[in-house]
Design a protein around this ligand. Structure first.
Ligand code: MF3
Ligand code: CO
Ligand code: CO
Length: 270
């Protein structure tokens, strides 16, 4: 019998990947990130999220890859597009983007069996200072979490770094959704919380692959899921932002698999 999964599992059920596995993750991550680079030009006032999703699905297919989200638990689209107070899992549709709308586009692709999962923020039309700040703080929160990733640190250290930073900016971190292990599967242990206590949770080891994907609200952290069973929104209708990278733990830190191949910094306007 052959097993497509190599390497051992920790006692928390977290897979430890080998050196060759990093190159698979890079190829998947690079495609997902490239798609997020390209979609930026198509975000404008009057555009529909359904059309953005159609363009994304086409790019996945043109690359000879597969969408991880189409068919996942009945989900039908190649992306999640979460506008304004939608926290995550927004379903692409016919609604047109309005001036000043903010949106998260989340794409997960499968390349040669490896999953690349990443999301970024975009703005249609003019952006306010308030929006710039929310988006910048959310991106910085992701990077603070990533800076806490090294063998010997814990998942709690990641969550704490994110939470401490966001709350110091007088914004809130969503508790109801988390990052996740991934690799040759979409969602694996552990749950990567974006809040927590230092030195709590499983210890990070070289070869772990997971996402960090903090959602930050201008108002309160509470969310609810709409009747479509997917769309998560802020209960207080405040604006919400999110960035996501897929990363792998190395001997002395981590590699980000989903950095922009074009070297773009995102928020989209840089
Ligand atoms: N890409 C999302 C994540 O970051 C999951 C989307 S699942 C879907 O984990 F079915 F809603 F697309
Ligand atoms: Co994810
Ligand atoms: Co995602």
């Amino acid at each position: 019998m052959t097993d497509k999964h190599h390497g051992r599992l920790t006692r928390d059920g977290i897979r430890i990947h080998g050196a060759e596995d990093f190159s698979g993750m890079y190829r998947a991550g690079a495609l997902a990130a490239h798609i997020l680079d390209d979609i930026a030009a198509h975000v404008f006032v009057g555009q529909t999220t359904g059309e953005l999703d159609r363009l994304i699905e086409q790019q996945v297919n043109d690359a000879g890859a597969k969408s991880a989200t189409i068919g996942y638990k009945g989900y039908k689209h190649a992306s999640c597009i979460s506008v304004n107070h939608v926290v995550c899992h927004g379903i692409p549709g016919d609604k047109k983007l309005k001036d000043g709308d903010i949106l998260n586009i989340d794409v997960t692709v499968i390349v040669d069996g490896w999953f690349g999962d990443t999301s970024r923020m975009y703005v249609a039309g003019k952006r306010s200072r308030k929006i710039e700040r929310l988006v910048q703080v959310t991106h910085d929160a992701l990077m603070k979490g990533i800076e806490a990733v090294r063998p010997g640190n814990t998942f709690g250290d990641i969550g704490h770094a994110i939470q401490a930073y966001v709350e110091a900016q007088r914004m809130s971190v969503v508790r109801d959704f988390c990052g996740h292990g991934l690799g040759r599967v979409f969602h694996a242990p552990p749950n990567v919380l974006h809040f927590g206590r230092p030195a709590s949770g499983p210890v990070l080891e070289e070869g772990m692959f997971f996402t960090i994907e903090p959602m930050v609200n201008l108002g309160r952290p509470e969310t609810k899921v709409l009747a479509d069973d997917w769309t998560a929104v802020t209960r207080d209708k405040s604006l919400s932002a999110q960035f996501e990278h897929s990363i792998g733990v190395t001997a002395d830190g981590c590699e980000i698999f989903t950095l922009s191949p074009a070297g773009r910094f995102h928020p989209t306007w840089d």
